[in-house]
Design a protein around this ligand. Structure first.
Ligand code: NAG
Length: 421
């Protein structure tokens, strides 16, 4: 046993070499690694204790070899969003089966409160000092006991099937009062300092109601910069490559192969995985599609004409020579869809001079697109400023596209906006 421990550094080094070799596809490198291995083996058996050289840098950095920044934040956010997404699915199915009576509050309201309580309680368990910007507070539930009971019932049932995963996010909420407390902890005003989570428990409420796209969205902002982004999309296809078509925006619920969890950390890349019920499923990294010919682009826009100007977006598409019809869907599923390369562009042109976008409608999606190789600005090409409160009050509209074509897209957007001035 003592010999085993004295050899431990070498055993670790050997494992690193073997793993590194398996990541490098080039045969010459592989054979070099193998001969190095043989030398090491001899070294190991004859000369038990001299210091070993530092393991070589690995060409493709992998999370197995280096701890990733914000790894714990990402894991907690993924588990918390997964659990809350399961709650929203259960609200939807009891609604569509008619088990929520007509006199009950809207399923969106119930799902919103339930998902927000679960996510805030997970964050506060893991990171008690962090602030949260959420849409709801507990006042409505305090005034409406029936609604409170409905939400509490759902919150109690929403448990991850894996107890270790459930423990990681603090386990079930202990009492109705604790649920109200969690809801009330979402009142941060945002700002430019410290760690602030932006939460949208059901983004895309109309999509949720029609069984189309909606998303459970959570982002950590550090000193006003979106840094960790997680989006649960129960009605998007698991397959990153599945092409987008106009049917995606409606009637997507309950089909096989649906339900995705997206995650990204600034500087660390973006990934997708199937939405599970217990521990996190295996992930794969995602990238935007290289767009060699912009006329072949697929662009995404909101379903609701009130949220963005369909007319301006059509004019921009035609300036760029895009002939495919737009794909309309609700929620930050649009950011997720372009980040995974299923679509290419996301255009959200302002419909009014006074509307201010909410930070929780964009923060998570922005991290995802940036980490998948894209750029996001407002309609005038200004960076989105998440550090000025609960809204993006310094910005108008949103444009997201792969970096390589971004300048062309923003030029077309400006031309269309200038022509209207
Ligand atoms: C955001 O706005 C604040 C206040 O106007 C400003 O100081 C800061 O530089 C802005 N940040 C970005 C990224 O534009």
């Amino acid at each position: 046993m003592a010999i085993f421990f004295s050899q431990l550094p070498k055993i670790v080094f050997l494992s690193v070499i073997i793993l590194a070799a398996s990541y490098l596809p080039i045969p010459s490198l592989l054979s070099r690694s193998l001969s190095r291995l043989t030398q090491l083996k001899q070294h190991l058996s004859f000369n038990p204790s001299p210091a070993l050289p530092k393991p070589p840098a690995i060409a493709r950095p992998d999370r197995k070899f280096a701890t990733m920044a914000y790894e714990r934040e990402l894991e907690i956010a993924l588990l918390a969003v997964q659990r809350a997404t399961l709650l929203t699915k259960s609200v939807y199915s009891s609604h569509s089966k008619g088990t929520l009576s007509k006199s009950d509050s809207s399923p969106v309201t119930i799902g919103d409160f339930g998902a927000q309580a679960l996510i805030i309680s997970s964050i506060k368990h893991a990171f008690p000092e962090d602030e949260v910007v959420g849409e709801e507070d507990a006042n409505d539930l305090r005034q409406n006991g029936g609604l409170k009971d409905l939400v509490w019932d759902l919150v109690q049932k929403a448990k991850l099937e894996d107890s270790a995963a459930e423990d990681r996010i603090g386990g079930p909420i202990q009492s109705p009062d604790k649920m109200l407390d969690a809801l009330d902890s979402g009142g941060s005003e945002g700002g430019a300092k410290g760690r602030i989570w932006a939460l949208d428990p059901i983004d895309g409420t109309k999509g949720f109601l029609r069984g189309g796209q909606y998303a459970v969205c959570l982002a950590l902002m550090v000193d006003g910069v979106p840094t960790v982004g997680v989006i649960g999309c129960p009605n998007l296809p698991v397959d990153d490559q599945a092409p987008l078509d106009s049917s995606i925006g409606a009637d997507a619920d309950g089909k096989e192969g649906k339900g995705v969890l997206f995650g990204a950390v600034k500087g660390e890349g973006a990934s997708s995985r199937a939405l599970g019920k217990g521990t996190l499923q295996a992930e794969q990294s995602i990238k935007m599609k290289p767009l060699d010919d912009i006329t072949q682009a697929t662009f995404c826009e909101s379903v609701e004409a009130g949220h963005s100007s369909h007319g301006d977006q059509a004019a921009i598409a035609s300036k760029l020579g895009i002939t495919k019809p737009s794909v309309r869907m609700d929620s930050q599923a649009k950011y997720a869809s372009i980040a995974r390369g299923a679509g290419d562009l996301y255009l959200r042109l302002p419909t009014s001079k006074t509307y201010q976008e909410k930070i929780w409608d964009h923060a998570a999606g922005v991290v995802l697109v940036q980490e998948a190789g894209g750029e996001v600005t407002d309609a005038w090409g200004k960076p989105l400023n998440f550090s000025v409160g609960r809204t993006l009050k310094e910005n108008k509209g949103v444009v997201a596209a792969p970096k390589a074509v971004f300048p062309r897209v923003i030029d077309a957007v400006k031309e269309v906006l200038d022509a209207k001035q």
